[in-house]
Design a protein around this ligand. Structure first.
Ligand code: 4NP
Length: 160
């Protein structure tokens, strides 16, 4: 059978806080739905500051606390991503502006705000990098759980 994997890429500014959590949670959710072989999943940064680094320790702690496996490192978004992936998710409005600016004309990926799939309507996944504690990371985790379920439900219904 021809390869028909759906492809999803999670984007944030640095790829060390929010998008790794979103990627890990989405992968876990897909696995729990027995759809692991149907999805290709990755994350990337708008900026290049942390390329090659693992996530912020608070993101890793948060994922560990919730049994979300993660061993990816940061990379920067490249223009080919816009034609490789079916869905590219931003975490906030600034991500969406950057994605829309960087997208080559006519490229295939749908550029989506991850929070638009939150059934509770909490649309923005706020940048917790400069926080003095890990609460924003836990909130990002909770939002990612709801958005992963919400998005996969919409895919299942053929709405996206
Ligand atoms: P993220 O958080 O976009 O959720 O990974 C940030 C990480 C690093 C920086 C900004 C945001 N930074 O400016 O280095």
């Amino acid at each position: 059978m021809a390869e028909t994997k759906k492809k999803a890429l999670f984007i944030c500014l640095g790829n060390i806080c929010r998008s790794p959590i979103a990627e890990g949670v989405f992968q876990k959710t897909v696995n729990e739905r027995n759809l692991g072989d149907q999805w290709e999943i990755d994350s990337a940064a708008i900026g290049g500051w942390h390329v090659g680094n693992p996530p912020d320790w608070r993101a890793l702690d948060t994922m560990k606390n919730h049994n979300v496996p993660y061993n990816n490192t940061a990379r920067q978004l490249v223009s080919q991503d816009f034609n490789h992936y079916d869905y590219i998710f931003g975490m906030d409005e600034a991500n969406m502006r950057d994605l829309n600016k960087k997208a080559p004309k006519g490229s295939k990926a749908k550029l989506l705000l991850f929070g638009d799939f939150d059934p509770q309507g909490d649309r923005i996944i706020r940048d917790p990098y400069y926080d003095s504690d890990a609460k924003g990371f836990e909130k990002c985790y909770q939002q990612s759980v709801r958005c992963s379920q919400g998005f996969l439900d919409e895919v299942e219904k053929g709405n996206v």
